[in-house]
Design a protein around this ligand. Structure first.
Ligand SMILES: *Cc1c(COP(=O)(O)O)cnc(C)c1O
Length: 825
C-alpha cells in the first residue's frame, strides 16, 4: 500500500462524499453563505477549512508528542520564507488531493481554478527564501522536530506589472481577504526592547553588571502556519512574528520635556513587520532592517527559552543539547549576542559558560560571496538601536582576538584586523559575517564549489583556525511541490512506471533510466511535455497577449534579475539570432520561444533597464513578419512561486548562465532539470553537480570556469577587445544605441551597452558570448534529434535524486544538527 493511501486511512478514510459535505458545512456555518451564492473565494475558503480539520488535528498531535518526548529540535531562523500557495500542497501531502478533486467535481468546481484563488505567500525574495520553504517541508516529511522562525510581513515581495515595458512595483497584499493557513497565538506574545542606554552597576555581590534601559518596547505577536509533512503524520509549525506597539511610554524622556525626542528617528513599532525588503543579494543597511532582524531573533529566542524552561526550569545545562539554531545567512546573526545577553545579563551566567552554550547552539549557512551582499552595520547605528549588544560584540571580539587569534598568529595585526568583527575605517562597521563564523559551531556553503570558495576566498584565515568548522550542504528542492504537485501528468506516468514511493525516496526515479530508450515511454514522456507547453501557451497569451507555438523550443530563464545571473547575456544572444535571421530569413532554425520571468530590486537601475530592453526587443521581434515566427520572446510579469509551477513543467531548455563563481548554488536549475528541461549552463554552483549526476551528454556546458574567470580578471579583462574582435558583438551592442527597438527614442537602451563597455562588463558577458552562442547551437542540434532529446530529458528526471531537499536535510542532520526523527502516533 502506498504511503499516501495509508494516510487517507489513518486520518479516517474520508470519502469524496464526506469531503463534499464538509465543504458545504463550512460554506454555511463558517463563511455564512451557501452553494448557490458562494463566490470563488468562499469556495476556496470552505475547502481550506475542510482540509484544515485534518491539519490542526495532526498539528496538536505533533506538538503533544514532541513535548512529551522532550525532543531535541532544530530552529530554522530566516528573514524569508517564500512559501507560495498552500492549498494544493497541503492536500497532496495529506493524501487528500484526489478526494478533494472528486468532491469539488461533484460540486461542479474545477480544483485547478479553485487553487488559483489563493494569493502566494511571498515572504521572500528568491532562492534563499524558497530554500527555507523547501527545508521546512522536508523536515516535516522526515518527521524531524523543527520550527521555522521568521517575520509575519503584512506585505510580501512587491507585485510586478509592466507599463510600456518598464517594471512597476505594486504592494503585495497577500492577506487582504484573510488567510486560512495561519493562526494567531496571543498567548505567546513577547515584549522586545530596543534603543535606550546601558547603565553599569555593581550588584549585591560587588560584581559589575550591565543594565539596559530600553527606549522602546515592541510587542511580538506570533502567527503559526502549519507545515504538513508528506503522509501528513508530522505537522510542524512556521512561527512568524508580527510587531505591535505596546502601551509602554517613555516617561523619563517625556518628563524632561523631550516629547518629540522620544519619538524622533525611532522606527514606529508597527512598521517593523510591515514590509519585506525587496533586495535580493544586496544589502540596504537601513535602520528598519536591523530592527527587523533583532525583533524576530529576540522573539524567537524568548519563545525557545520559554519552551525549554517548561521542561528544564532554570537548569541551562541541557540547552545546547536540546536546541539547535540554524542561521539562514547572516540576517539572523544578531541572535548570537542576544543569547549571550540573556545568559550573562539575565541568567547571571559567567561569560565562558555562556559562550560555550552559544557556540554549541548556532550554525550558519553562507549564501553568497558577492561583496554587496555581505552585511555590515555601522557602529553608530548599533549603538543607537542595540547599545548593549554592541558592548557584547566588543567583548566577544576582544576575547576572540586576544586568545584564539593571538595564539595562532602571535602579534600579527594584519590578520587581527581582517578577522575582527569590527572593521576600522572612515566609519567603523560591525561585520555580521565574521560574527556568524565566530559564534557558530558549523559554517556551510550551499554547493561543493561554493563551499570550497567560502574556505579559500571568503574566510581563509577562519578556515586555518578551525578546519572542522567549515562544511558543505548542497541545496535541494522538495519533489512534492516541484514534481508531484506541479506536474501531475508526469507524476502519474512515473507512478505507473516505477511505483508511487518516489516522493519520499527520489532515488527511485533512477529506475526510469531503463525506459530512456524505450520508444513508447519516450512518446508518453514527450507528449506530456507537449501538453504542458500547450497549457503554458494559454498562460502566455493571457499575460502578454503574445501567441506562441507549443512545438517551438521553450527556452526558459526564471530567477531574480541580477547582472551576475546574466539575463543580458541571454538578451545579447537573442539579438544576435534575430540579426542572423534578418540577414538570412531562410536560415534553417528550429523555432524558439525565449521565456523570461524576473523581478528587479526597485532601486537596481541597470536591472530594471535590462527588463525594459528585453520587453522592447520582444515587441519588435514578436511583430516582425520577416522572420516568420521562428523567434519569439516573452517576459511574463510577476514571477513568483505559483507562476514557476506553471512554467517549469513546460520547459525544454533551462538557462543557468551565471558567471562562474557567482551563483552559490541555484535551485531553479534543480526544479527545471527534474521536470525534464535540458540545462544550458556554466560550471557554477550546483550546475557542476547536476552535470556530474545526469551526465555530461545530457547538459550543455559552456563558458569560463571559476579558475579561468580568476585568471582573466587577474590578467586584466578588457571588454573592448571583444567588441572590436567580434563583428557580431559589435553590431549587437551598437544596436542598443539606435532607436530600432524604441522608435523615436534612441539611447533608451544605451545603459546596457555602457555596462558592457565603459562599465567594464564586470560579469564577463562578452568573454562568454561566443561560447554561449556555440552552446545554443548544440542545444538546437540536440533538439533536432528527437529520440536523443527525449532520452536526455528522461535521464534528467531520472538522475536528479541528489537534489532532493530531503537529502540536504539529511546532510544537515548528519553533519550539523545531530537530530533524531520522532514518530507522531
Ligand atoms: C526557485 C525559485 C527561485 C530561485 O531561482 P534561482 O534560479 O535558483 O535563482 C527564485 N524565485 C522563485 C519564485 C523560485 O521558485
Amino acid at each position: 500500500m502506498t504511503k499516501a493511501k495509508e494516510t487517507e486511512m489513518a486520518i479516517g478514510k474520508i470519502t469524496p462524499k464526506q469531503f463534499k459535505e464538509s465543504i458545504i458545512k463550512h460554506l454555511n456555518s463558517t463563511f455564512g453563505t451557501d452553494i448557490n451564492k458562494a463566490s470563488k473565494k468562499a469556495w476556496w475558503n470552505a475547502t481550506s477549512a475542510a482540509l484544515n480539520e485534518f491539519v490542526y488535528d495532526r498539528l496538536s498531535q505533533t506538538q503533544k508528542t514532541h513535548f512529551e518526548k522532550d525532543t531535541r529540535a532544530v530552529h530554522y531562523f530566516s528573514l524569508e520564507f517564500l512559501m507560495g500557495r498552500l492549498t494544493g500542497n497541503n492536500l497532496h501531502n495529506l493524501g487528500l488531493f484526489e478526494t478533494a478533486k472528486k468532491a469539488l467535481t461533484e460540486l461542479d468546481i474545477d480544483i485547478n481554478t479553485l487553487v488559483d484563488e489563493e494569493e502566494d505567500m511571498a515572504l521572500g525574495n528568491g532562492g534563499l527564501g524558497r530554500l527555507a520553504a523547501c527545508f521546512i517541508d522536508s523536515l516535516a516529511t522526515m518527521e524531524l522536530p523543527a520550527i521555522g522562525y521568521g517575520i509575519h510581513y503584512e506585505h510580501g515581495l512587491f507585485r510586478q506589472e509592466f507599463k510600456d515595458g518598464h517594471q512597476i512595483e505594486r504592494p503585495d497584499s497577500w492577506r487582504e481577504y484573510g488567510n486560512p493557513f495561519e493562526i494567531r497565538r496571543p498567548e505567546s506574545i513577547q515584549d522586545i526592547p530596543v534603543y535606550g542606554y546601558v547603565e553599569t552597576k555593581f550588584n549585591d555581590a560587588g560584581k559589575v553588571v550591565k543594565e539596559w534601559h530600553p527606549g522602546r518596547i515592541i510587542k511580538g505577536v506570533p502567527w503559526d502556519v502549519p507545515v504538513v509533512g508528506y503522509s501528513g503524520k508530522t505537522v510542524n509549525v512556521l512561527r512568524l512574528w508580527e510587531s505591535r506597539a505596546t502601551n509602554f511610554f517613555n516617561w523619563d524622556v517625556f518628563n524632561s520635556g523631550g516629547y518629540h525626542d522620544a519619538h524622533k528617528e525611532n522606527v514606529e513599532s508597527e512598521t517593523i513587520s510591515k514590509v519585506l525588503y525587496p533586495n535580493d543579494e544586496t544589502d540596504a543597511g537601513k535602520e528598519l532592517r536591523l530592527i527587523q532582524q533583532y525583533f524576530f531573533c529576540a522573539c524567537s529566542l524568548k519563545d525557545i527559552i520559554r519552551r525549554y524552561k517548561r521542561a528544564h526550569a532554570d537548569d541551562w545545562s541541557n540547552f545546547s543539547a536540546q536546541v539547535a539554531v540554524q542561521l539562514n545567512d547572516t540576517h539572523p546573526a544578531i541572535a548570537i549576542p542576544e543569547l549571550m545577553r540573556i545568559l550573562v545579563d539575565r541568567a547571571d551566567m559567567d561569560w565562558d559558560q555562556a559562550w560555550k552554550i552559544c557556540r554549541e547552539t548556532f550554525s550558519y549557512t553562507n549564501h553568497t560571496l558577492l561583496p554587496e551582499a555581505l552585511e555590515k552595520w555601522s557602529v553608530r547605528l548599533f549603538e543607537k538601536v542595540l547599545p548593549r549588544h554592541l558592548e557584547i560584540i566588543y567583548e566577544i571580539n576582544r576575547r576572540f582576538l586576544e586568545s584564539e587569534v593571538d595564539a595562532k598568529w602571535p602579534g600579527d595585526n594584519a590578520i587581527k584586523s581582517k578577522l575582527s568583527i569590527i572593521e576600522e575605517g572612515h566609519e567603523r562597521m560591525v561585520r555580521m559575517g565574521n560574527l556568524s563564523v565566530i559564534g557558530s559551531n558549523k559554517v556551510n556553503g550551499v554547493a561543493e564549489v561554493h563551499s570550497a570558495l567560502v574556505k579559500s576566498d571568503l574566510f581563509p584565515e577562519f578556515n586555518a583556525l578551525w578546519t572542522d568548522k567549515f562544511t558543505n550542504v548542497t541545496n535541494g528542492v522538495t519533489p512534492r511541490r516541484w514534481l508531484k504537485a506541479c506536474n501531475p501528468a508526469l507524476s502519474k506516468l512515473i507512478d505507473k512506471t516505477v511505483g508511487d514511493q518516489w516522493p519520499t525516496n527520489q532515488e527511485i526515479l533512477r529506475d526510469l533510466d531503463k525506459k530512456a530508450d524505450d520508444a513508447k515511454f519516450q512518446k508518453a514522456y514527450m507528449d506530456i511535455k507537449h501538453e504542458n507547453k500547450v497549457a503554458l501557451t494559454k498562460v502566455i497569451k493571457e499575460l502578454t497577449d503574445v501567441d506562441v507555438d507549443p512545438s517551438a523550443i521553450f527556452d526558459i530563464q526564471i530567477k531574480r534579475l541580477h547582472e551576475y545571473k546574466r539575463q543580458h547575456l541571454n538578451l545579447l544572444h537573442i539579438m544576435a539570432l534575430y540579426r542572423r535571421l534578418l540577414q538570412n530569413p531562410t536560415m534553417d532554425m528550429v523555432p524558439r520561444v525565449f521565456i523570461f520571468g524576473a523581478k528587479a530590486a526597485p532601486g537596481y537601475k541597470l536591472a530594471k533597464d535590462i527588463i525594459y530592453a528585453i520587453n522592447k526587443v520582444a515587441d519588435k521581434v514578436n511583430n516582425d513578419e520577416r522572420i516568420g515566427g521562428k523567434l519569439k520572446v516573452v517576459f511574463l510579469p510577476n514571477y513568483r512561486v505559483s507562476l514557476a509551477e506553471k512554467m517549469i513543467p513546460a520547459a525544454d531548455v533551462s538557462e543557468q548562465i551565471s558567471t562562474a563563481g557567482k551563483e552559490a548554488s541555484g535551485t531553479g536549475n534543480m526544479k527545471l532539470a527534474l521536470n525534464g528541461a535540458i540545462t544550458i549552463g556554466t560550471l557554477d554552483g550546483a550546475n557542476i553537480e547536476i552535470a556530474e549526476e545526469v551526465g555530461e551528454e545530457n547538459v550543455v556546458i559552456f563558458g569560463l570556469t571559476v579558475d579561468e574567470v580568476k585568471a582573466l580578471k587577474k590578467q586584466g579583462y578588457n571588454p573592448w577587445d571583444y567588441y572590436y574582435g567580434n563583428e557580431e558583438i559589435k553590431a549587437v551592442l551598437d544596436w542598443f544605441d539606435t532607436d530600432y527597438f524604441t522608435p523615436g527614442k534612441p539611447g533608451e537602451l544605451s545603459s546596457i551597452k555602457n555596462s558592457f563597455l565603459d562599465g567594464g562588463d564586470p560579469y564577463l558577458c562578452l568573454a562568454d558570448f561566443e561560447s554561449y552562442s556555440e552552446g545554443q547551437k548544440e542545444i538546437e542540434a540536440k533538439y533536432k534529434d528527437k529520440k536523443g532529446w527525449a532520452r536526455s530529458a528522461i535521464l534528467n528526471t531520472a538522475y536528479m535524486g541528489k537534489f532532493n531537499s530531503d537529502r540536504s536535510i539529511q546532510d544537515y542532520v548528519d553533519r550539523i544538527w545531530k537530530l533524531k526523527s520522532c514518530t507522531v502516533k
